[in-house]
Design a protein around this ligand. Structure first.
Ligand code: GLA
Length: 386
C-alpha cells in the first residue's frame, strides 16, 4: 500500500488520525558480506523500497499494531515484555520497546499500522527497516532524544538480544544513514564511514535485484552458526601466530592452511579476502571503474559459495549467468545468503534481455520464479510529525 492508503487504513481501524509517519529503507549490500560482525568493512546502499510505520500515542501501556504484509492485528502490553518471545512478526516491534526500556527510556502504548514494499524475508533487510522505522517513529512520538548512531545500535541490540538473530550492524546502520545515489563504506571496528557517490548513470548502469524467493528464516541457526565458526576461526589464526582478520593479508594465510580445521580455514579465507575486496571496491567506485567493481562482485560470490558456503543453486544461477552475459558487469548474492536475494550490475539497454533470459533459464531448471526488479539508491530513514 502507498502511504496515503496506509493512513486511511489507520483512520479506519483507530477512528482517529495518526501523529507520526516514519519510514526506513531496505538495502542492497554492494560488497562486504559476513564481514560486519567480524570487525571488517562493508559497502551497502539504501534502496527506494521502504517500510512505513504510521502511529499515534495510545492511552495506556498497550501496543496495538496492524501489519499490511500479514493483514493481521497484534496486541501486547509493555508491562509483560520479556527477553524471550514466540517469534511472530511483532517480535521486532516488541524488541524495540524492550530495548528502549532497557536503556532507561519510557515509551508508552501506541496504535500503529505498518506497511511498505520491501519483500519480507528476501534478504533486502526488511527487518532492519522495520526496526529503524519503529525506533525513529517512537523517538518522534515520545521525544526520546535518541541520536542517529544509537538508533542503529539499539535496533541491532533488539534483533540480537530479543529476536535472537546475532546480526552485525550493517543493515540497521544503512537504514538510518543511507543517502540518495550513494553507497556507504563502513568500518565495522571504528564505525567511521565514508560516503561513496555512485555515478552509475555515467555508463548507463543499474543495479537489478534478483529475489530468488528461496525463503529462509534468518534468525534460524545457520547465520548464528557462521558467526560462531568465524569467531572460532579467528581464534585459531591467533593461536597459530597470525593476527585477527583485519590485520592479516590473504597472502599470508596459506602458511597455516594445513594446521587448521578445513572448514574454519575456509571461513577465515572468506572474511580476509572479502575485506580486501571491499577496500578495492571502494577505490573502483571512487574512480568510476565499474568493470573493476564487477569483477570484485563475481569474486565475492565465488568466495561466499565455496568458502563461506552460504549460497544456493538459485543464487549460483545469477552468478553463472551474469558471468556469461555481455551486458552484466558483475553479480553476486547480497545479504546473509541461504536463499534471499542477489544483485546484478547491468547495462540499462541490456536489462530487458537479461531479465528475459535468466527467467527462462530459471524456469528450465524448475526453480521457483524469481522476482527481478531495478533498484534506485535512496535516502535513509525519514520521519514527519503530522
Ligand atoms: C545479514 C545481517 C548483517 C550481515 C549480513 C551478511 O543481513 O543482518 O548484519 O551480517 O547478513 O553480510
Amino acid at each position: 500500500m502507498q502511504k496515503d492508503e496506509l493512513i486511511k487504513k489507520f483512520q479506519e481501524i483507530y477512528r482517529s488520525s495518526p501523529e507520526v509517519l516514519s519510514s526506513a529503507p531496505g538495502r542492497i549490500n554492494i560488497i562486504g558480506e559476513h564481514t560486519d560482525y567480524n570487525e571488517g568493512y562493508v559497502l551497502p546502499a539504501a534502496i527506494h523500497r521502504r517500510i512505513q510505520f504510521i502511529a499515534s500515542r495510545g492511552d495506556d501501556d498497550h501496543v496495538r499494531i496492524w501489519a499490511e504484509a500479514f493483514d493481521e492485528e497484534r496486541f501486547f502490553s509493555l508491562k509483560s515484555l520479556s527477553g524471550s518471545d514466540d517469534h511472530h512478526w511483532d517480535s521486532y516491534i516488541k524488541g524495540i520497546f524492550w530495548v528502549l526500556i532497557k536503556n532507561g527510556m519510557s515509551p508508552k502504548g501506541i496504535n500503529a499500522v505498518i506497511g511498505g514494499d520491501i519483500p519480507i524475508g528476501s534478504g533486502l533487510s526488511s527487518s532492519a527497516a522495520l526496526e529503524v522505522s519503529v525506533i525513529n517513529g517512537l523517538n518522534g512520538l515520545f521525544r526520546l532524544g535518541i541520536a542517529p548512531m544509537e538508533k542503529a545500535t539499539m535496533a541491532q541490540q533488539a534483533e540480537n538480544d530479543f529476536v535472537g538473530m546475532k546480526c552485525g550492524l550493517m543493515d540497521q546502520f544503512i537504514s538510518v544513514f543511507g543517502e540518495k545515489d550513494t553507497a556507504i563504506f563502513l568500518d565495522c571496528r571504528s564505525f567511521d564511514y565514508d560516503r561513496i557517490p555512485l555515478r552509475l548513470h555515467k555508463e548507463s548502469l543499474e543495479f537489478l535485484v534478483y529475489d530468488s524467493r528461496v525463503q529462509r528464516e534468518l534468525s534460524l541457526s545457520d547465520y548464528n552458526t557462521r558467526r560462531w565458526e568465524a569467531a572460532e576461526a579467528e581464534l585459531c589464526l591467533q593461536r597459530l601466530g597470525l593476527r585477527g582478520y583485519r590485520d592479516t593479508k590473504s597472502t599470508s594465510l596459506n602458511i597455516i592452511e594445513n594446521k587448521m580445521d578445513k572448514t574454519l580455514y575456509k571461513r577465515a579465507r572468506h572474511v580476509i579476502s572479502e575485506n580486501e575486496r571491499v577496500q578495492r571496491a571502494k577505490k573502483a567506485l571512487q574512480n568510476d571503474d565499474f568493470r573493476g567493481l564487477g569483477q570484485l562482485l563475481f569474486q565475492s560470490h565465488a568466495s561466499l559459495r565455496d568458502d563461506y558456503e552460504v549460497s544456493c543453486p538459485e543464487l549460483d544461477l545469477l552468478y553463472d549467468f551474469g558471468r556469461e552475459f555481455a551486458g552484466c558487469l558483475g553479480s553476486r548474492l547480497t545479504g546473509a545468503g541461504f536463499g534471499g536475494s542477489g544483485i546484478a550490475l547491468v547495462k540499462s539497454d541490456a536489462k530487458d534481455v537479461f531479465v528475459r533470459e535468466i527467467l527462462d533459464l530459471s524456469g528450465k531448471k524448475g526453480y521457483v520464479k524469481p522476482r527481478i526488479f531495478p533498484v534506485k539508491i535512496d535516502k535513509g530513514a525519514r520521519i514527519s510529525m503530522l
